[in-house]
Design a protein around this ligand. Structure first.
Ligand code: NDP
Length: 407
């Protein structure tokens, strides 16, 4: 037994193949416990510019779902934690971090009791903390599979950040762990709760641009000087191939929910410059071309080395839907060109964070269906694997309707 009720076998299964080697080489059982696929939890400094709240959180209704936030990084502190106040049915019950100073500062600011502030080493103790109903995993991607599995071992529900994990095999294990624990698993695909993207889905279903023929998505930004030891987003063990998993996944998702189809074939190309420490382990650009059963085609581009952009364009037989920016935290713009020229302002995009939390809370409390379940995360990892396989082999990969590669 390794600990936390996990046998050596289940732990290795949770962490993926590379864990086998790192586990065997680990100097101590504690070190082994904190490793997964070559990735290890490690507390980080408080990100620059974080504004911590100065007023106590609002009191919530009695059936509000208590979350333990795991990983107090930029997204948790700048975006999600401040939004709990806007949620009807979700509150921060506990925090988990590898940085004791952050546990104190963030815990004090959010009114988290001292005995609900956990280190990674103490994580298993959340099992007996009834204030915690659910765990929100906001760790680097390469750590999702292991810590989601640990949260299920503690019999908590799990909201996991995107991308779900680094491989479809990890996703399948995470789903199985949730089923064994009889607990909910939701992937934090916030665009499914954002008014512009919801309106766009509706418009495309209503054929507002006619029958869809062409889709183009682009998500990129230029990463400053860094290296895998300085920034997890450039580490293969923590980020996989890089921009596709992190940012291009928004374009991948848009192409799926705007067309309402799964691709039947994918071709792709990747680029990794030599001699640039940013791209020692990850790709700089990933581009893929998809063909859908309807005959529509999509072109998806993502990059960590070109000026910022985030758009989705859908061109149909009678017009085009232009979303630019398409999936930001705020500031979305959307128009329909063609027969029916129109600018859309369906609502404030910033509601997406709290609505996502309330949606998950409804699943936990009322057994409501989850719009973005683990199966969706698994589907997306299958497509990401198909993109990399197509690029590596220089061939068109054919896909089954569930996204698995044929042949
Ligand atoms: P950060 O680097 O800002 O924070 C990650 C946090 O994870 C760290 O602060 C640290 O918290 C903890 N951590 C544990 N082990 C490690 C390690 N080995 N290396 C680095 N950090 C570690 O990342 P983000 O907050 O930007 O991203 C976290 C997750 O959220 C990712 O899955 C990302 O894809 C997702 N995300 C989602 C977004 C969305 O719009 N839905 C936007 C941005 C990110 P501590 O010090 O407390 O232990």
């Amino acid at each position: 037994m390794i600990g936390n009720g996990m046998t050596r076998r289940t732990f290795i299964e949770a962490g993926g193949g590379v864990a086998t080697a790192s586990l065997a080489m680990a100097a101590s059982p504690a070190a082994a416990l904190l490793q997964s696929g070559g990735a290890t939890v490690k507390g980080q400094p408080l990100p620059d510019g974080v504004k911590l709240p100065t007023v106590a959180p609002k009191r919530k209704r009695p059936d509000s779902v208590g979350f333990a936030i795991v990983g107090l990084g930029g997204y948790a502190l700048n975006q999600m934690m401040p939004r709990f106040d806007q949620a009807e049915r979700a509150h921060i019950a506990a925090i988990v971090s590898g940085n004791p100073n952050k546990l104190t500062r963030v815990g004090d600011a959010y009114g988290v009791p001292a005995d609900a502030r956990y280190s990674y080493e103490d994580f298993a103790k959340i099992a007996s903390d009834d204030r915690i109903d659910a765990v929100y995993i906001v760790l680097p991607t390469g750590l999702h599979a292991e810590w989601v599995t640990r949260a299920f071992a503690a019999r908590k529900h799990v909201l996991c950040e995107k991308p779900m994990a680094l491989s479809s095999a990890e996703c399948a294990r995470m789903i199985a762990a949730g089923q064994r624990a009889k607990r909910k698993l939701m992937i934090a695909y916030r665009s499914h709760f954002e008014p512009y993207n919801l309106e766009a889905m509706k418009l495309m279903q209503q054929k507002a641009a006619g029958d869809i023929r062409l889709v183009r998505t682009e998500q990129s930004y230029r990463m400053g000087p860094t290296s895998p030891s300085q920034n997890w987003r450039t580490s293969r063990a923590l980020a996989g191939g890089g921009p596709l998993e992190d940012y291009g996944i928004y374009g991948l998702q848009s192409a799926l929910y705007l067309t309402g189809e799964m691709p039947e074939s994918i071709s792709a190309t990747t680029f990794r410059p030599t001699g640039d420490p940013r791209f020692a382990e990850i790709f700089a650009h990933v581009a893929s071309q998809w063909r859908f059963p309807s005959g529509a085609v999509a072109q998806l581009v993502t990059s960590y080395d070109s000026a910022g952009t985030n758009f989705a364009h859908v061109r149909g037989t009678t017009g085009a839907l232009i979303m630019d920016p398409a999936t930001s935290y705020s500031g979305q713009k959307m128009r329909l060109e063609g027969r029916d020229d129109r600018e859309f302002t369906p609502g404030d995009p910033s509601v997406q964070f709290a609505r996502q939390l309330d949606h998950f809370a409804d699943a936990v409390r009322d057994n409501a269906a989850i719009r973005t379940p683990g199966e969706m995360g698994l589907r997306d990892l299958r497509l990401i694997e198909a993109i990399y396989a197509a690029a590596a082999d220089g061939r068109t990969v054919k896909l089954a309707p569930d996204g698995t590669m044929r042949g």
